[in-house]
Ligand binder design. Sequence first.
Ligand code: BTN
Length: 252
Amino acid sequence: LGRDVRYFEIVDSTNNKAKELAGFKGLSHEAGLTAAEGMLVIAEEQTGGRGRLGRSWHAPYGKGIWMSVLLRPQVCLEIVYQMTMITAVAVMRAVREVCGIAPEIKWPNDLQYEGKKLCGILTEMSAEADRVNYIVVGIGINTASAGDLIPPQITHQMTSLSEITGKPVSRVKLVQEVLQELEACYDSWLAGGFPELLEEWKSHCNSLNRQVAVKTLHEVYTGWSMDVNSDGALLLKLDNGEIKKFVSGDVS
Ligand code: BTN
């Protein structure tokens, strides 16, 4: 991954750019006009960075790693979600390696350090029938200090690598490590290694085996977070004993 690098100073969103360069299947694809698997889109700044659940993602100039990787696995739609979980594992490993800290994974796929968010992941895809055409894995890692990075009203929920370690972080080194770990995880996923990756994901997840609140678009549910299944869904034992499955939401 990352042999074809498309670097931009400013883009609206690296995910949008990657999707644009991925193009459509059909003639353009057969004629080799579309970007190949592994393409990395990376930018200094995003003017329209996007997050999960239609949220925006603050991505100021030089203050983080704003990157998207194009993948073209021959898999069916149902397991694409696993790729997001695998990405969280890969970024967690890379941050641990390069910065010497151990972030936790918050369901569904944030990386946190001492309860504050360090990294977000947004996976998007294009499919035909039930087959995947491509997946774009978007990763945002806050590297610079939170003071200048985050609008004051959300500072308390966000952190950055330099704030945590008290040192500047080499973005190049971290991007290289993320790509290396992502490639290793991706290869092992393609070879059927998801169960082990899921175990690794769970062992670093801070949202399991505890009393939590899950906020969906319309409601808030409270209960005991029992497990995460292989679709990435969170299983919550509600206070009334019923077991409810969540595919998206915010857990606290
Ligand atoms: C989230 O936590 O809600 C996901 C945030 C994902 C942000 C990254 S930054 C690079 C890529 N491009 C985007 O527009 N979003 C993702």
